[in-house]
Write a protein that binds this ligand. Sequence first.
Ligand SMILES: Nc1ncnc2c1ncn2[C@@H]1O[C@H](COP(=O)(O)OP(=O)(O)OP(=O)(O)O)[C@@H](O)[C@H]1O
Ligand SMILES: C[C@@](O)(CCO)CC(=O)[O-]
Ligand SMILES: [Mg+2]
Length: 388
Amino acid sequence: MGEFRARAPGKIILAGEHAVVHGSAAVAAAIDLYTLSTFHLLPASEDGGAGAVEVDLRDTGLVFSWPCSRLREALGDRPAGVNAPRPCSSDELAAMAKLLEQEEIPEDKIWLVGGLSAFLYLYTSILGCRPGKAVVKSDLPVGAGLGSSAAFCVSLSGALLVAAGAVSAQAGNGGTEWGSIGRDDLELVNQWAFQGEKIIHGKPSGIDNAVSTFGSMIKFKKGEFTNLRCTNPVKMLITDTRVGRNTKALVAGVSERLSRHPDAMASVISAVNSISEELSSIVESAAEDEVAITTKEEKLAELMQMNQGLLQCMGVSHRSIETVLQTTLKYNLVSKLTGAGGGGCVLTLIPTLLSKLVLEKTTAEIESHGFRCFQVEVGGRGLQFCRG
Ligand SMILES: Nc1ncnc2c1ncn2[C@@H]1O[C@H](COP(=O)(O)OP(=O)(O)OP(=O)(O)O)[C@@H](O)[C@H]1O
Ligand SMILES: C[C@@](O)(CCO)CC(=O)[O-]
Ligand SMILES: [Mg+2]
């Protein structure tokens, strides 16, 4: 089999992050920024050895390689079970941590350990210890709230499952046409990606891997999701505060607050659930003229603002996020953090009738704080494939 490419989108969360980990509904949408995984199996090495597994992480400039014999020694011959995704055990996690300790990863890139562990787990679970080479690169800022970890796990799982022959992709030959896979195959990718997300996040809800796999805009609750028919386009400005953060630590922080103040936090989570439910029905409601569209956007903005207040209650806002909120408020625009918070990215709703001039002035003022703004298409395709 030749080279295969799989690309998976990042996401924004319009409402419900963190609360979704504790059973609340949340609303998320795919964006047109992708992580691309290119993969091919390699023949066993010419000297009769077993060859190696290599991953080239282009966004970091680092390449990692493990002889297959070493992987087999550390992780054992993995059980066949490509069609039955299973969680990584604590023994397997410890074995991967030991393997990665020997890599001497630079201190400023230590956050890579989660991604590399997810890679090793997905690779050896799906393909065993066969030689192969993966290259991963992304349009997404890594660790900034736009679902880079999910896009990483979804695109890798997709590429590895195609190489294993477990799913069959309809892919264009030219390298520019993107094809898809059937719904059951997408579900298999999604379940493997969720196992990878668990390694990176600790306790993910599954919303990020679901939206990255299936695309579109979804309402997600307790592992189940429905597609939302978004009747009017939703336009968002994204600000990357460039403040680094880590989803695993932020999710753990919210759980700790929940155990310290169970009643108060249960009310916060229940309020977020109501916000997500209302926001998803507003998204689906049809607005046909300018007045109706403006009313709809005002309701969305108000719900986003309320959600942001509750995210502050959960302790996941940040000085940089507050600076963006105050700046956009000067122009009567509403913002909220997206993803795990603690820095990372902020969403600002762009009303349909907002003048270009006001948008430019807002962007310039946000960027004067050292942040970076960009616009994305919301609600597009999920996982797609093409031949290399
Ligand atoms: N392109 C990539 N190359 C290498 N590692 C990556 C890449 N994308 C994601 N990762 C892994 O995922 C981790 C970031 O995941 P994290 O969940 O903290 O942030 P996020 O997914 O961008 O934000 P959120 O979960 O809030 O949406 C990185 O530390 C790294 O381990
Ligand atoms: C913070 C969180 O709710 C969203 C991260 O994008 C975590 C999760 O749901 O897995
Ligand atoms: Mg993540």
